[in-house]
Each structure stands twice: as C-alpha cells, then as structure tokens.
Design a protein around this ligand. Structure first.
Ligand SMILES: NC(=O)c1ccc[n+]([C@@H]2O[C@H](COP(=O)([O-])OP(=O)(O)OC[C@H]3O[C@@H](n4cnc5c(N)ncnc54)[C@H](OP(=O)(O)O)[C@@H]3O)[C@@H](O)[C@H]2O)c1
Length: 332
C-alpha cells in the first residue's frame, strides 16, 4: 500500500502568518492510535477556521492538519470494536485539534472515538450534519428533555445562516417547532423562511444595551451560537422555566448578566460541548439525527469543495461570510 496521502497542512511561515497548502504526508507520521480510516468526506466548522489559521488555544503545535469531522471507511484496526471495511464517522474529541484531522485522505484515531454509520446513511449525508448537525441535535435533545414541545412557544436560533444555525432551524421546523431566526444577513430572509423559520429578526434586535435586569418575555427556548451581549439579552427575554443552550462565541466570550432570569423566571442555561460528549450519549444523539431528526430534504446551501478549494472557504467562514454547510470531498 502506498503510504503517501494528500492533506491540507497549516504551517507558520513567520511569527504571525500561517499558510494553508496541500501537501503529501506519510501514514507512518499519523498519531499511533489503533484505527486507520480512509476519509471520504469531511465538513467545515467554525473551530476549523481557528485551528487552520494558527490559533494556539485550539492547536498547540504546527505544522498541523485540521478537520474536526471525518466520515469514511476503516482500513486497518488493532482494536476490537471495528473491522476493515466498516463505514464510520468521527466528530470532535481531539480530532483536528491536536490530533491530525479530517482535511486529509487518512486519519488514525482511537476506536473509542468512532461511531458506526447505519447502512442507509452515506459518508456524505453524515457530513452534511457533522459537528454542526450534532451540536444542533444536542440542543434539540436538551429542549425535549426539558419538556419543550411545539406548543410550548417560540424557539430562537442565533447565527441562523451558519452551519449550526442552519441545521437547527431545518430540524426544529421539520419537527413542527415555531422558529425565530436571528441573523446579520436579513437579505437572506427568504432563504431562512424556506428553511423553516417562521420569523426573521436582525441580530441587533437581541443585543440589548438598556441595562434592564429583565426584558419582555419572548421565547421558551434558544440555541445561541454567538455568546456575548446576545446571550445576556436572550437570558433576560426568556419565558418562565424556559431553556437557553449556548454552544458558540462568534460575537464574544464574556457573559455579563445578573441572577434575575434564574431566580425570578427559573430560566435554565445549558452549555453544549459537543466534542466532549460521552460515547453513550453521542450514540443516542447520532441515532436521533439518523431517525427522528433526519431531514427529508436538504433545502439549504451545501457547497461541496475539494481539499484544494478548502483554504478559500476557511477564510470566508472566518469572516462570517458562509451560508449553510461546506462539505469537503476528500476521496472516493
Ligand atoms: N460548543 C460546541 O460544541 C460547538 C459545536 C459547533 C460549533 N460551535 C460554535 O458555534 C458557533 C457557530 O459555529 P458554526 O460552525 O455554525 O459557524 P458558522 O457557520 O461560521 O456560523 C456562525 C454564524 O454566526 C453569525 N455571526 C458571525 N459573526 C458574528 C458576530 N460578530 N456576531 C454575531 N453573529 C455572528 C453568522 O450568522 P448570521 O449572519 O446569520 O447572523 C455566521 O454565519 C461558533 O462559535 C462555533 O465555535 C460550538
């Protein structure tokens, strides 16, 4: 077997600049884990833009191959759970962070990170969901556990046109929920309506600067992708015993709030850390994605690119300019 393979490699070219190029790497240089996987598809997530562009809080050592998602086929394993030929998906854990990631023809990972793919789910479909879909599904799982039904009230999704936002809106709408989409791209309102949002608001409408301890009650549940003052505003405008799931920080990492949403309205704030999801729960959520939450149609932007075309897509996502999902076709 030829041990050379193609990979996107980020490397510092001076103290501040990182170049992203396609390089030939050797399988022997992959981490010494038990299971070698040939990657067919990967997908692009916001965290990849940080890793690919040299963010040392995400990836300590460069040169590095990013890609927190991968779906493909087991080539060789020294573990007990899988066999050569098994079709699998890997998202999160340390993949693409400090472990060589899915923007490459091969990954080698511990079998404990691997989820089997059902027969009727292709690597491509698995990657349409990827970490973005898994994160959206985790929030829906939390809403359901909290007793939220389509009759409970409106559900707010921020960062609506991004990967997580897109999949959250599509899955919630499919399940009959009434979704309010918050976006900076209100020119894409028709697109968001087609996706299933029943109301579109500009992101400025949920960035309150009045300093009021509580605001008018608007939503029973939220999936917040952006953090910062938006999250602080959402907490103060959530209905009694509502739930707010936060997974992201594209607006900011500081949460400046007060205790009133919690002690006067019983609002629950739930963190989502999809990469760290324990395997038992991970399997449960993937099962939901492949069954109850599975979309019948993909009526949103899915841009399929090659490894060679990926660098440009990473730069667009870093600037908040992507809409929907970016799929990476890695090999056949
Ligand atoms: N914790 C976890 O497990 C987990 C998992 C996946 C993702 N995440 C995080 O969730 C967030 C979204 O991830 P993604 O992959 O969906 O990214 P993405 O595709 O880049 O989407 C982010 C969206 O946020 C909005 N946005 C961009 N800049 C903004 C700003 N300055 N202020 C407010 N909104 C802004 C944009 O949507 P609009 O123009 O429509 O507003 C953008 O499309 C990221 O912070 C990511 O790190 C966390």
């Amino acid at each position: 077997m030829d041990t050379k393979f193609k990979a996107l490699v980020s490397r510092y070219i001076d103290e501040t600049q990182v170049a992203k190029n396609i390089e030939l790497r050797d399988i022997e240089d992959l981490p010494k884990h038990d299971t070698l996987i040939k990657v067919e598809y990967s997908s692009l997530n916001y965290k990849d833009t940080l890793s690919a562009n040299g963010h040392k809080g995400i990836t300590r050592n460069y040169p590095h191959t990013p890609g927190i998602d991968a779906a493909g086929v087991v080539v060789k394993t020294e573990g007990n759970k899988f066999q050569a030929g098994d079709r699998v998906v890997v998202t999160g854990y340390d993949l693409g962070m400090n472990t060589s990631g899915g923007f490459a023809e091969y990954i080698r990972v511990p079998e404990e990170w691997i989820v089997p793919l059902p027969k009727d789910i292709s690597a491509k479909e698995a990657m349409i969901y990827g970490t973005a879909g898994f994160t959206a599904a985790t929030a829906i799982f939390e809403f359901q556990k909290h007793g939220i039904t389509p009759e409970s009230g409106k559900i707010l999704v921020t960062g609506a046109t991004g990967g997580v936002g897109t999949l959250a809106i599509a899955m919630l709408a499919k399940m009959g929920y009434q979704v309010v989409a918050s976006t900076g791209k209100t020119d894409l309102s028709d697109y968001l309506r087609k996706l299933g949002a029943s109301e579109i608001i500009h992101r400025d409408e949920i960035s309150d600067k009045s300093g009021k301890p509580l605001l008018a009650k608007q939503w029973i549940a939220s999936l917040d992708n952006v953090g910062g003052n938006t999250l602080a505003t959402i907490l103060r405008s959530t209905l009694e015993y509502g739930i707010v799931c936060n997974c992201g920080m594209v607006e900011g990492t500081i949460l400046n709030t007060n205790v009133f949403p919690f002690i006067l309205r019983g609002v629950r704030l739930v963190g989502i850390a999809s990469a760290e999801t324990p395997m038992k729960r991970r399997l449960e959520i993937w099962d939901k994605i492949f069954n109850e939450y599975r979309l019948e149609e993909y009526n949103f932007n899915i841009k399929e690119v090659t490894l060679e075309e990926l660098s440009n897509e990473i730069d667009l996502m870093a600037k908040g300019q992507q809409v929907g999902r970016i799929l990476v076709k890695v090999s056949n």
